[in-house]
Design a protein around this ligand. Structure first.
Ligand code: NAX
Length: 341
């Protein structure tokens, strides 16, 4: 089966770490891929350089790669779209300014996806504010008239919190010395912002309860809780800023790896494992319906995701999630006030 994948912001940093792995089979294995790369006119020349390098890799799995500045052309018959391109936050811009710039981008791209992509397209929004950009794009996709009479369901639009999830896994591995693949059921709840809620309550390390392992390591349950609250949660939520301050540039390779993990798991299933995905709420865990929020999810072998239900949130996590949901609600209100919803 040949897959057609659209990537926006294709001349940017994250895309430069992502496109070569995608072309080489990191998501679809031996299945051939067609890449449709979207950029703004100012970046087209840079994108030509990326196209040259893709060709120079001579990947057997890369059937074709093309570049365009037209969203309908980029998204034509797309099976998946990685929406990475977004207007960056510049000095002096507040959240409303950023939303105004990106609302335009995601309104137009959502509408083009609704018209031109396959009706079952999988959309992963990476560009910030990712959750609300996904909400805006989903809305405009779902109202488009299509030649095939179908509609793209808003649930096909997700946002990336897998990077936060992977950061949490990496930090638990470093703290405990356990290999990453023995750590399960880590969850990121809420918004991809510093209000996100990284959660280890139900996590397992080599089959043992993570809080119990941490209590042994920290010298008691109280100290373990303090480590989670005072060190782990702020470190995961602040990791993006820490990378910028150390590297002088924002996370790129890790964001690319996470976007590929997200798309691969959503396409082929998680084999029962829980991953964090920001998906459209239908009211789970008190998150108002329609918001795009991060939840613990599983994906079955048919490629359908489900939010893991029935978890009990203690007062501390409930209050943190409420704060993150309040932020998502405010972003949705701002987007509506700006005419994007
Ligand atoms: P870069 O500035 O390196 O690249 C962005 C690219 O997008 C540029 O080449 C630009 O020309 C292009 N672009 C802008 N508007 C576009 C449009 N309307 N259509 C097509 N292309 C467009 O940024 P990069 O480091 O690649 O980051 C991209 C986005 O990812 C940013 O919004 C960033 O905030 C966000 N991130 C999201 C993360 C997540 O976990 N959800 C983590 C990493 C990253 O911070």
């Amino acid at each position: 089966m040949t897959r057609t994948i659209a990537v926006t912001g294709a001349a940017g940093s994250i895309a430069y770490s992502l496109l070569f792995r995608l072309a080489a089979g990191a998501v679809y294995g031996q299945e051939p891929v067609r890449l449709r790369l979207l950029e703004v006119p100012q970046a087209v020349e840079r994108l030509q350089g990326v196209l040259m390098e893709l060709a120079d890799c001579a990947y057997p799995t890369l059937l074709e790669a093309t570049a365009t500045t037209d969203p309908d052309e980029a998204f034509a018959d797309a099976d998946a779209a990685l929406l990475i391109g977004a207007a960056p936050r510049k000095e002096g811009m507040d959240r409303a300014d950023l939303l105004r710039r990106n609302g335009e981008v995601f309104r137009a791209q959502g509408a083009a996806l609704g018209r031109s992509a396959t009706a079952d397209v999988r959309v992963v929004v990476v560009g910030n504010p990712a959750n609300t950009n996904a909400l805006i794009a989903a809305h405009h996709a779902s109202v488009q008239e299509r030649a095939d009479g179908r509609r793209v369901d808003p649930s096909r639009f997700t946002a990336l919190t897998r990077l936060d999830h992977n950061r949490a896994l990496g930090m638990v591995a470093q703290k405990t010395g356990a290999p990453v693949d023995t750590i399960e059921r880590v969850t990121i709840w809420g918004n991809h912002s510093n209000t996100q809620v990284p959660d280890l309550t139900d996590a397992l390390i080599d089959g043992r309860s993570a809080p119990a392992v941490l209590a042994d390591l920290c010298g008691g349950a109280e100290r373990a809780r303090a480590w989670v609250t005072d060190e782990f949660i702020p470190a995961v939520a602040g990791r993006g800023a820490a990378v910028i301050s150390a590297r002088g540039a924002s996370s790129a390779a890790s964001a690319a790896a996470a976007a590929l993990d997200h798309l691969r798991d959503w396409t082929f299933g998680t084999n029962g494992a829980r991953v964090s995905m920001a998906v459209r709420s239908t009211g789970e865990y008190g998150v108002p319906a329609g918001l795009v929020s991060s939840f613990p999810c599983t994906v079955d072998t048919s490629g359908a995701y489900q939010i893991v239900e029935g978890l009990v949130l203690d007062d501390a996590r409930r209050s943190l999630l409420d704060d993150s949901v309040a932020e998502l609600t405010a972003e949705r209100e701002d987007a509506a006030a700006l005419g994007f919803l």
